[in-house]
Design a protein around this ligand. Structure first.
Ligand code: GLY
Length: 364
């Protein structure tokens, strides 16, 4: 399935207005639209009316006024973006507020914030009354291109990131590009790491395109993948291109390296490893560096990073079935088009080490 032609992985993008695109995540009777464009958060009352909700709880990590009036009586709850607040205690606290407000299963929960907020509110929605409708208003580039779409929700445990979660699809996602205007540069880099990796798993060339188009195309890719493999059985693994090393870099840097930064370096590495395994030609290996640099992303390993520590963490990667090293790796297009990225298990450690050792390093 991973070898399907890249173009077939993309869901259609409907051009609703000059700067308004819509992608359907086609999960049958759980299908939902992702609207992308300037001002689309103002569709919220229409979305709530379509869902038939009579009340809403709005959990927002953004200033008052970011989330429009949903058109039904609403409780507003303040949240905070960040990994430290992705806890089961916060899920419990949110559910208690839902209950205190008298929220029923046929009402709606609305999240507004970055990916950490959509993750924790999504999990609370999955658990409250065994599943309550949720609408996401993601406000970071990373959350708009990836985290808010596809139904993965999770919180952290002291033992690790995203260890407790559920698949719970939203009923709508509103990616308002106006909300990106004030993001600091590092937040843009965080999102562009995921857009750059999308280049290698079936997205069209998005460099130099308007941000709304970049987001919609990344969402179209993700929607196509999720519609075929909602629960990560096979095809969905490709969304983790560049992530085996990426997650390890985040972890060994104690999350000083942001997700998108780490995925960017991991994407360069994935290209080099595929090249070392003879899966792709040198030009395709070089394309990895060109794309990552083209988006202004980091491409080198941190100066002092310990390769043994990286390898130890990569062995624990959740894509791995055992203790071997598992990567999503590209493979050259053949005449039958049965090519493209796929999960490759038990990659030789000596080759991984040599490829890591040959990676460019930041200067100390
Ligand atoms: N972010 C990867 C996924 O949603 O599967």
């Amino acid at each position: 399935m991973t070898g399907m032609p890249a173009a077939q992985r993309l869901s259609p993008i409907e051009q609703v207005g000059p700067d308004h695109r819509r992608v359907l995540v086609d999960l049958g009777d759980r299908a939902y639209p992702v609207d992308v464009g300037a001002g689309v958060r103002r569709l919220l009352p229409a979305v709530v009316a379509r869902l038939g909700a009579r009340r809403a709880v709005i959990v927002s990590a953004r200033p008052a006024g970011t989330v429009p009036d949903p058109g039904v009586p609403a409780l507003r709850v303040a949240a905070r973006d960040g990994e430290v607040d992705k806890t089961l205690a916060n899920v419990e606290a949110l559910c208690s507020q839902f209950a205190g407000f008298g929220l029923t299963r046929s009402d709606v929960i609305i999240s507004c914030g970055g990916g950490t907020t959509t993750d924790v509110v999504g999990l609370a929605a999955a658990l409250y009354h065994r599943g309550t409708t949720v609408v996401h208003l993601p406000t970071s580039l990373l959350a708009q291109v990836d985290a808010s779409v596809g139904g993965k929700t999770a919180v952290n445990l002291p033992a690790g990131k995203n260890l407790v979660g559920a698949y719970w699809q939203p009923s709508a996602v509103l990616c308002d590009t106006e909300l990106l205007a004030t993001l600091p540069r590092r937040e843009w880099v965080n999102g562009y790491g995921e857009i750059a990796r999308a280049h290698f798993i079936g997205a069209p060339d998005l460099m130099d395109r308007p941000v709304g188009e970049q987001i919609a195309a990344s969402v179209a890719l993700k929607a196509g993948v999720v519609a075929r493999d909602e629960r990560d059985g096979s095809l969905r693994h490709i969304l983790n291109y560049g992530h085996t090393l990426g997650h390890a870099l985040e972890r060994v840097s104690d999350y000083a390296m942001r997700h998108g930064e780490a995925v960017a370096v991991g994407t360069v590495f994935a290209g080099r490893l595929a090249g070392a395994l003879g899966r792709i030609r040198p030009e395709r290996v070089a394309e990895h560096l060109d794309v990552v640099r083209g988006y202004g992303l980091p491409w080198a390993l941190p100066a002092e990073v310990d390769l043994d520590a990286l390898i130890a963490v990569m062995r624990l990667d959740k894509k791995s079935m055992g203790t071997g090293l598992t990567f999503v790796l590209d493979r050259a297009s053949g005449p039958d088009e049965a090519s493209g990225p796929e999960l490759v298990a038990d990659v030789d450690e000596a080759l991984v080490r040599a490829t890591l050792a040959a990676m460019p390093r930041e200067t100390a």
